[in-house]
Ligand binder design. Structure first.
Ligand code: FDA
Length: 307
């Protein structure tokens, strides 16, 4: 991994930098580019804006690695309220939710994670939409896939996420590549050691393409989460080669990243889903976005300096 990227990802876990960032007035502008707001109302407004030009959303209530039971409970309540509002406002056809298990549970407690995921899935089912379980750092991969597998026995539509930078992912994809299985394929956003993850960007891309082929071949509902123009071009060829109709797979991009490309794909009839994070706990999410595009780091550092 490049030194600058690892440095930024290390800062994602630094409490001092987090506190400075949270109080610096200039950071608001940068946050607003990637996070449309802190409240459920802000998230719903973003869904309506996206729906106006044919884009769908997956909504993520920000938070991760929770240590406080009250915080985990409050996260679950927010998801239930969000799903209720999606239903009431007739938006469930336009949006699903994304959850991080480390936000739904406390100190990695797997039983609590499964129970709380179940509550969110029940609410999503009533609302007529779906849930995708984000993938976090590699120490959580087995537990996350295990909880998703168990949840799928009751709710087969629960989405799994795989990261092409992990060496293990092709094997995971082989088990997930079956008809109807909803699988988000991304490159991966965490600082991982070389024994578990490819360090070379080209190797990550090649792994991405191999995993995409496997998902398309196996009949999975593939959710291609990438902004990479080369990969998007290639995926468009691969979907045709496998005879996939539009609507039997989708493209996913992050809120605030390549919005013109999102609109272009949607205008061509592709299903495009935008990952919309909202809430107060934006710090870890923002740092991962900066690590992906260090050009944005200069903006962030300038924002910290503005008083
Ligand atoms: P990468 O960052 O390698 O960029 C490749 C090219 O894309 C760039 O050269 C540029 O051309 C273009 N590009 C990228 N960012 C751009 C920008 N800001 N502006 C303009 N062009 C840009 N990760 C994870 O570990 N677990 C998860 O659950 C998820 N979930 C998830 C959902 C969704 C919907 C998305 C889109 C992404 C994730 N991710 C994720 C993050 C993912 O793993 C990855 O870190 C980012 O998507 C960045 O990787 P790219 O594939 O975009 O390519």
């Amino acid at each position: 991994m490049e030194p600058l990227r690892s440095l930024i990802l290390a800062a994602a876990g630094n409490d001092v930098i987090r506190r400075v960032a949270a109080t610096a007035p200039g950071t608001r502008q940068i946050i607003a580019r990637f996070v449309p707001g802190e409240t459920v109302a802000d998230a719903l407004r973003a869904v309506k804006t996206l729906a106006a030009d044919g884009r769908c959303a997956t909504l993520d209530y920000l938070g991760e690695y929770t240590r406080d039971p009250a915080q985990a409970e409050s996260t679950v309540r927010t998801y239930l309220r969000l799903l209720d509002e999606l239903s009431k406002q007739g938006l469930s056809g336009h949006a699903e939710v994304s959850v991080k298990l480390s936000a739904l549970t406390v100190d990695g407690d797997r039983v609590l994670a499964a129970r709380n995921l179940g509550l969110v899935c029940e609410a999503a089912e009533q609302c007529g939409t779906t849930v995708t379980v984000d993938m976090e750092d590699h120490t959580t991969t087995d537990a996350t896939l295990g909880v998703v597998g168990d949840a799928r026995r009751t709710w087969p539509w629960v989405g799994a996420v795989v990261q092409s930078y992990l060496r293990r992912t092709e094997a995971d994809v082989a088990a997930l590549a079956y008809k109807g299985s909803r699988v988000r394929l991304c490159k991966g956003a965490y600082a991982e050691p070389a024994d578990v993850a490819y360090a070379d960007a080209h190797a990550v891309d090649l792994s991405y393409v191999r995993c995409a082929n496997r998902l398309l071949e196996g009949g999975a509902y593939a959710m291609f989460a990438t902004h990479d123009p080369r990969l998007v071009g290639l995926l468009r060829q691969r979907t045709r080669w496998y005879g996939r109709e539009q609507g039997s797979y989708e493209y996913q991009m992050l809120y605030g990243v390549r919005p013109d490309e999102q609109r272009r794909l949607a205008a061509e009839g592709e299903t495009v889903r935008v990952y919309v994070p909202f809430g107060e706990q934006w710090y870890g999410y923002l740092m991962r976005r900066l690590a992906e595009r260090p050009a944005n780091l200069a903006l962030f550092l300038r924002a910290l300096a503005i008083r």
